[in-house]
Ligand binder design. Structure first.
Ligand code: NAD
Length: 437
């Protein structure tokens, strides 16, 4: 079995590498020649724990290769996965399907013999049918079937998520395509992973429903956290108290500065837009999108309030810029709202992130980038923990206090406990927890 993975980004590179680890021969394709060059020189263009070793071993085994030549790769493949980006379209919140449709045209022109065409990208309901139409128009003689196989991996734990998923969703009406997909995921059958076969539309919608449900859960606990601050309750105890109920579940009940990243913001927005267009609006999700956008701005206000109402002329140290730890991905990170709001309020910002600073430099050009956490906080008037990297979980508090101008910490990830911080002499602000008096 040989497959092509079109798009060698966070999803395409991880999925392609993991399929090769499953024993499939995989050709990863990208139109970004610099990315392919780096991969061919053994360099991994993204930060994802464990990916480096897995790519190296599968390339050495001859099962994994990288090319810009889409036509040659597709012509040799039994299945072609489309794993290109589907960002928000400027202005209206729809998913921008330009990359998907362009890839479909290129694939159509190159297909050779029976081919299964799979959308792995997150695409709105109806996209699979549209891709099918494009391929038929481009190549009326083509022998192919369409499949939707959305990806549920998370950056930071992507390899484990792909190799041991909670489930795999495969949307297709074709028995022949189902057989090909079964063969590709054969290894997961052995570990009894639930594999759901559905229609194209159901599979496409399942991915959006999953992401919007998770975004809703985060937003719910964020609002409960705000309420906790007003009534003197502790959001972590509330989260545990509700999460131990099996109907609710404990995961995704950690409050913070609002969800970010390359998926939740754009996927919630795209689903809201799709639902509105079909005349069946999703009012809960509309509200979630609105609350989350306001929350990021509110976090800047929280920092300002912790600095006695003004950051004008003050230096703020920021630890963590990526939307979550263990990734270098800066897309829609809360830092992209919070940092500019602090700058606008007159602050000088010094920041450190273990992996995100290369990406961040272009997006946040007006701040000082530091070599480590302590350098960032030296001489600062307040310290903000914005991303919960392990490196920030066990700071030497005596050293932190010495480095800062004033012992002020705003912990937007609740990495530290209010009692410990009070005992260490900090003025400590966190999310949804009472401050000890
Ligand atoms: P990405 O931007 O990291 O990668 C996309 C890649 O596709 C880029 O390298 C780009 O150069 C390449 N590309 C675009 N058009 C091409 C073409 N015609 N031929 C060859 N290459 C082409 O995107 P990503 O984060 O990997 O996301 C891809 C899709 O997977 C999106 O739909 C996203 O919503 C979905 N998804 C992402 C995640 C995640 O955690 N990043 C998780 C699940 C699903």
């Amino acid at each position: 079995m040989r497959i092509s993975m079109i798009g060698t980004g966070y999803v395409g590179l991880v999925s392609g590498t993991c399929f090769s680890e499953f024993g499939v021969e995989v050709i990863c394709v990208d139109k970004d020649a610099a990315k392919i060059d780096r991969l061919n020189q053994g360099e991994i263009p993204i930060f994802e724990p464990g990916l480096d070793a897995l790519v190296t071993s599968n390339v050495a085994a001859g099962r994994l290769s990288f090319t810009t030549d889409l036509a040659a790769a597709v012509a040799r493949s039994d299945a072609v996965f489309i794993a290109v980006g589907t960002p928000s379209r400027r202005g209206d919140g729809h998913a921008d399907l330009t990359y998907v449709y362009d890839a479909a045209r290129e694939i159509a022109a190159a297909m050779n013999g029976y081919t299964v065409v799979v959308t792995k990208s997150t695409v709105p309901v109806g996209t699979g049918r549209a891709v099918e139409r494009i391929i038929r128009e481009t190549r009326p003689d083509a022998d192919f079937d369409m499949v939707s196989n959305p990806e549920f991996l998370r950056e930071g734990s992507a390899i484990n998520d792909f190799m041991r998923p909670d489930r795999v969703v495969i949307g297709t009406e074709s028995e022949r395509a189902q057989q090909v997909m079964r063969q590709l995921y054969r290894v997961l059958y052995l570990i009894e992973t639930p594999i759901l076969f559905t229609s194209l539309e159901t599979s496409e919608l399942t991915k959006y429903a999953a992401n919007t449900f998770l975004a809703t859960k985060i937003t719910f606990i964020n609002e409960i956290a705000d309420l906790c601050e007003h009534v003197g309750a502790d959001v972590h105890d509330v989260a545990r108290g509700i999460g131990l109920d099996g109907r609710i579940g404990r995961k995704f009940l950690h409050p913070g500065p609002g969800y970010g990243g390359s998926c939740f913001p754009k996927d919630t927005l795209a689903l809201v837009t799709t639902a509105r267009d079909t005349g069946s609006p999703l009012r809960i999700v509309e509200t979630v999108v609105d609350i989350n956008a306001r929350r990021k701005r509110a976090m800047a206000d929280k920092i300002i309030a912790a600095c006695e109402g003004s950051v004008a002329g003050k230096t703020i140290a920021i630890l963590g810029l990526t939307f979550k730890p263990n990734t270098d991905d800066m897309r829609d990170s809360p830092s992209l709202d919070i940092v500019p709001a602090l700058l606008e309020a007159g602050a000088t910002v010094r920041a450190f992130d273990p992996e995100g600073m290369d990406e961040a430099r272009a997006l946040l050009p007006d701040i000082t980038y530091c070599d480590d956490a302590y350098e960032a906080m030296t001489g600062a008037d307040a310290l903000v923990v914005l991303t919960e990297w392990n490196a920030f979980r066990a700071l030497n508090l005596a050293r932190v206090k010495e480095a800062l101008n004033a012992p002020v910490m705003i912990d937007l990830r609740n990495v530290y406990t209010p009692a410990d911080m009070a005992a260490a002499g900090f003025r400590y602000t966190s999310v949804g927890r009472p401050t000890p008096s």
